[in-house]
Design a protein around this ligand. Structure first.
Ligand code: PFF
Length: 464
């Protein structure tokens, strides 16, 4: 049975829902630690340039393809060119892989939020707490279930009444929370036992100062690679999600303006997240506190909250609530893409497909949880690191598939159907697409070359 295609009610609804997908754990956790690791302001400058060039090109391409074809990624590419149908299937793989672990991370956030509500949180600041939690058999599965059920419920309610309504409510709340914590973070200070005082403003300097020391070509390329993979993940591009959301956009919406707003939203939240986390970690743990990976938010930050004293608990609750919101709207976009695609493949209702995708998500997420105990193994990755199940999924989807899909999409749009196709969709209502020439140049020449290099590096063929 075919359901009537639903839409976002207006431009703001679309922008908030797309920003809801874009703003997630990537902005709040990954961006700050990459920034700290990759030379503070230097990483910021490189990232901003990439947002304005690659980010804008990839986001415009995805959204315009969605609105023009009014189809999900799975069918949209076949509509652009029958021989390119395979690209739709390839794109579908990314949310299918991300769905396996995103709700697991959402479960970890839910657990920390609940723990801070019911206890004073001192146990969470112990080094071993996080590891013993994720390696336990039952607890991660229970919290993943709570998060997954919430996601499925929002997706089940549909585009306008579910996704749009929740994003309208959650996104402004998230901005307010992040602003309050960021300002609070700047006012912090602590005196060490040796009498030195570290302040939030010094921490801000650590965050923003462009550190060029020891910069070699190899190091620069590594930073570029970090910034590029962060960009994909953060903007949710090249994974069919923005094509799906684009297909819900009404024809009278100004795409160019909406795309700028989504980029500003996503980058703005990442910037504020850095302002919130880096000064606080600097004050209480020094520059060594910026650990990478999950340990930043699940191990370092609880130590910061503990060191804050009485206000630590309430700050922690606000922080994990905000993180939970951000993760929820992102996870919703992943599940919506899977549901919407499957509704088209199987000609079933939203309700039926929500149950089917819900079961798929549940089984795979349980496997990911078990990857930390009963199913524990480590695989070598082409980049030399070893990884267990969750990281393997993350590597295949973000480091491997996304550059490959972007490469193929740029060949299709740049050389097969031509950039005019996208440009005319952006200018559909007579709007002026100011960066049309930049768009054409990037999609034809720059994106394919850079994406191919990224892809080769991720396969290990082109090791840096
Ligand atoms: N863009 C989200 C973030 O920055 O956390 C992550 C994300 C959402 C990635 C949806 C992939 C996805 F399909």
């Amino acid at each position: 049975m075919k359901e009537k295609k639903s839409n976002f009610s207006n431009s703001i609804g679309f922008v908030l829902a797309a920003a809801g997908s874009a703003v997630g754990v990537g902005n709040i956790w990954r961006f700050p630690y990459l920034c700290a690791k990759d030379g503070g302001g230097l990483f910021l400058i490189i990232y901003l340039i990439l947002v304005l060039t690659f980010g804008f090109v990839l986001l415009t391409t995805d959204i315009a393809i969605g609105r023009k074809t009014k189809q999900n990624a799975l069918k949209a590419f076949g509509t652009l060119h029958p021989k390119w149908r395979f690209l739709g299937y390839l794109t579908f793989l990314v949310p299918a892989l991300i769905m396996t672990y995103y709700s697991v991370i959402g479960g970890w956030i839910t657990k920390y939020f609940c723990e801070y509500i019911i206890s004073d949180g001192s146990a969470l600041s112990k080094d071993s707490y996080f590891t013993s939690f994720i390696t336990s058999k039952v607890s991660p599965i229970v919290f993943m279930l709570i998060f997954l059920a919430l996601t499925a419920w929002i997706v089940y309610r549909g585009v306008e009444k579910g996704i749009e309504k929740f994003s309208r409510f959650i996104m402004p709340g998230l901005i307010i929370l992040i602003l309050v914590i960021a300002i609070f973070s700047l006012t912090l200070s602590k005196k060490d036992t040796d009498g030195t005082v570290r302040t939030g403003l010094q921490g801000l300097w650590v965050y923003l100062y462009p550190d060029f020391s020891g910069l070699t070509v190899k190091r620069f390329l590594e930073i570029l690679l970090d910034a590029m993979s962060q960009l994909f993940f953060s903007l949710s591009v090249s994974m069919g999600i923005m094509v799906t959301y684009g297909s819900y956009v009404k024809d009278d919406v100004n795409l160019n303006k909406s795309i700028n707003q989504i980029e500003i939203f996503d980058t703005g939240v990442a910037f504020l997240a850095g302002m919130m986390i880096i000064p606080a970690v600097f004050v209480f743990l020094g520059t060594d506190g910026m650990a990478s990976g999950p340990s930043l938010i699940f191990i370092s930050l609880p130590k910061v909250f503990e060191a804050m004293g009485p206000v630590g608990k309430i700050t922690a609750i606000a922080f994990f609530l905000m993180m939970g919101f951000a993760a929820l709207t992102s996870c919703v976009s992943v599940m919506e893409t899977l549901v919407a695609n499957c509704m088209e493949i199987f000609h079933k209702t939203r309700k039926q497909m929500c149950s089917m995708i819900g079961i798929y998500s549940l089984i795979t997420a349980v496997l990911i949880c078990l990857g930390y105990n009963a199913l524990y193994f480590e695989l070598p990755l082409p980049n030399g690191a070893t990884a267990q199940l969750l990281d393997v999924m993350d590597y295949i989807s973000n480091s491997f598939l996304m550059p490959f899909i972007s490469f193929l999409t740029s060949i299709l749009v740049g050389w097969v159907i031509g950039p005019k196709y996208i440009i005319s969709e952006v200018e559909r209502n007579g709007e002026h697409f100011g960066r049309a020439r930049l768009y054409s140049f990037m999609i034809r020449f720059v994106v394919p070359v850079v994406m191919l290099i990224l892809f080769l590096v991720s396969t290990g063929i082109g090791n840096l």
